[in-house]
Design a protein around this ligand. Structure first.
Ligand SMILES: NC(=O)c1ccc[n+]([C@@H]2O[C@H](COP(=O)([O-])OP(=O)(O)OC[C@H]3O[C@@H](n4cnc5c(N)ncnc54)[C@H](O)[C@@H]3O)[C@@H](O)[C@H]2O)c1
Ligand SMILES: O=C(O)[C@H](O)COP(=O)(O)O
Length: 527
């Protein structure tokens, strides 16, 4: 049998190539190629090892006719089109913890550099100026640090900042009071954090919820003279608004490691006296790069040589025997988790996963993992079916798997109920035939829908003419409807509409839909 072939397409510690060879793979290290060059080459390879520079787009994946696995030596996988890779049957793995300490240390270094303007003072001192009177710093002792995102990296930053005698407050919808207590931070809402923090540091993935979380409006709500650090992802801050806030003095200093467009060759922030930056160096230490290179090579080689799955973002760990029976349930479970995660807002406290009829005969753990991965992917791009239950428990979520042997209206059913501040919310689904997952109930309303691609969820008053109005609105905006699914509580009561559409729905169309007569809720969804 020929050896699996792996391409390392981003700069990576040489230990990665060594491990691939030792584990029985052929490996090429070819970095810095253009997308066209990579597209021409990728067809030869079974495995692809990357960092953040290689963009794994649908075009690359279409050309990757032999590709079985992509390994990200690092955390963020926003450079990989995971749904498209999943559709092509390509497993995507990352190394969720290998560079967390290093990145947290970079954030702390940025906080200190901002407090004492070290880069600016260094530049002028080395230019022979000796500008001793131009750099009055601030102490961090006793200051309030606001964490936006208190996951792996955020909680390490919290521990380090506490060592510096800072008071740490955190905004993170997935942070439970127990976990907050454990890491010694005060859990607050975003507006409180903005109003109270002397320093703000961001540690969330880039999602639809976090994009622009420091918008112009939110920057205006900050404490005057705040200092801001972003070592997470570009796109979390409105860079033009930040530049204005630095000019006005609302923000006293900002330090970015990541930019909306990378490589950042130009930015409204460049040249501002109170702005410092690094070129996405958060993970760049010898220690972190050795960690992630070793881990990614071990994981990819194990999958290619032995079929073992570790830290996969789009695949559960399954034995060869169970796999075919469980696979359609896993898809249903992940979709139900994702649906309830996208629709249920507020602090989640509990999750009940009920299996009824034929589903009750199956192993509960993979189904639980799939529900939690779907649910938590809204909050973190490091979550997978293997680590989702662990992360959910660590964050204090009360998770219950419940079996009902007796069949109800369906001979097999999964029901996911989440408890939030505003009450319990529940969705349910079944399989049509042996393997076609279908949603059959949403928040108490019976409906039948396939959850796939881009969708629009609408709750409206059940009244004549509404379907025509929404159809016309989407048509006028060039949005093609794929499927149209309706349900209602009672005639003339609340109705639910779930549409699948061929493209993402722009914000302005969502706003127009919200303004239609009788509409109560409009939410774009993605599966
Ligand atoms: N600069 C770098 O080189 C570098 C290196 C490593 C990681 N990163 C990035 O850092 C980020 C954090 O990594 P991590 O390992 O801590 O991830 P993580 O998944 O452990 O933590 C992310 C946290 O963000 C929280 N979150 C999600 N949505 C939120 C929202 N709307 N508001 C507030 N909090 C929200 C989650 O609940 C979670 O606790 C990722 O984007 C990762 O890609 C950057
Ligand atoms: O998400 C990550 O792990 C970081 O952004 C590191 O990216 P890099 O490996 O390209 O430095």
């Amino acid at each position: 049998m020929s050896k699996p072939k792996v391409l390392i397409s981003d700069k990576m510690d040489p230990n990665a190539a060594r491990i691939f060879e030792e584990r029985g793979c052929d490996v090429d290290v070819i970095t810095g190629e253009t997308p066209e060059e990579l597209k021409a080459r990728i067809g030869e390879y079974d495995g692809l090892a990357i960092r953040s520079s290689t963009k794994v787009t649908p075009e690359i994946l279409d050309a990757a006719t032999n590709l079985k696995v992509i390994g990200r030596a690092g955390i963020g996988v926003d450079n990989v089109d995971i749904p498209y890779a999943s559709g092509k049957g390509v497993v995507v793995m990352n190394t969720p913890f290998g560079n967390s300490i290093t990145t947290a240390e970079h954030a702390i270094a940025m906080i200190m550099a901002l407090a004492r303007q070290i880069p600016q003072a260094d530049r002028r001192t080395q230019a022979g100026e000796w500008p001793k009177n131009d750099f009055m710093g601030v102490e961090v002792t006793g200051k309030t640090l606001g964490l936006i995102g208190a996951g792996n990296i955020g909680s390490i930053v919290a521990a380090r900042a506490q060592g510096l005698k800072m008071k740490v407050i955190a905004f993170d919808p997935f942070l439970t009071e127990d976990r907050a207590l454990e890491i010694g931070v005060e859990k607050v809402d975003l507006d409180t954090l903005l109003a109270r923090a002397d320093f703000i540091t961001l540690h969330t993935p880039l999602t639809e919820e976090t994009r622009n979380i420091l918008s112009r409006e939110n920057l205006a709500k900050t404490k005057k003279g705040v200092r801001i650090v972003n070592c997470a992802r570009g796109g979390l801050i409105d860079e033009a608004a930040l530049a204005d806030a630095l000019d006005s003095g609302q923000v006293a200093g900002a330090a970015l490691d990541v930019f909306q467009t990378e490589p950042a060759k130009d930015s409204p922030l460049f040249g501002k006296p109170n702005f410092i930056c690094t070129p996405h160096l958060g993970a760049s230490t010898t220690e972190a790069q050795v960690n992630v290179a070793l881990q990614v090579a071990e994981q990819l080689a194990d999958y290619l040589v032995n079929g073992g799955v570790t830290n996969a973002l789009n695949m559960p760990s399954l034995s060869a025997e169970e796999a075919p029976k469980l696979r359609p349930y896993m898809k249903l479970a992940e979709n139900l988790g994702s649906l309830v995660g996208q629709l249920a807002h507020g602090n989640l406290t509990k999750i009940n996963i009920e299996r009824e009829g034929a589903a009750a005969e199956l192993s509960g753990k993979p189904i639980e993992g799939a529900v939690l991965a779907g649910l938590m992917r809204q909050y973190s791009d490091t979550v997978n079916m293997v680590n989702a239950p662990f992360l959910a428990k660590e964050r204090g979520l009360d998770i219950r798997s419940i079996r009902h042997e007796k069949e109800g209206a369906y001979n097999t059913l999964l029901r996911v109920t989440v408890g939030t501040d505003s009450g319990d919310r529940s969705v349910a689904g079944t399989l049509f035939g042996a393997d076609a997952p279908r949603l059959v109930e949403i928040f108490g309303v019976r409906i039948e829908a396939e959850l796939d691609g881009h969708m629009l969820y609408i709750v409206n008053e059940d009244a004549p003419g509404f379907i025509g109005r929404i159809g016309s609105l989407l048509g006028e905006n060039g949005i093609n409807i794929g499927t149209f699914n309706l349900g209602r509580r009672a005639a003339g009561g609340e109705a639910v509409l779930l549409l699948s559409v061929d493209q993402p729905i722009p914000d302005e169309v969502v706003k127009k839909a919200c303004a239609l007569e009788g509409v109560k809720t409009v939410m774009p969804l993605a599966f």
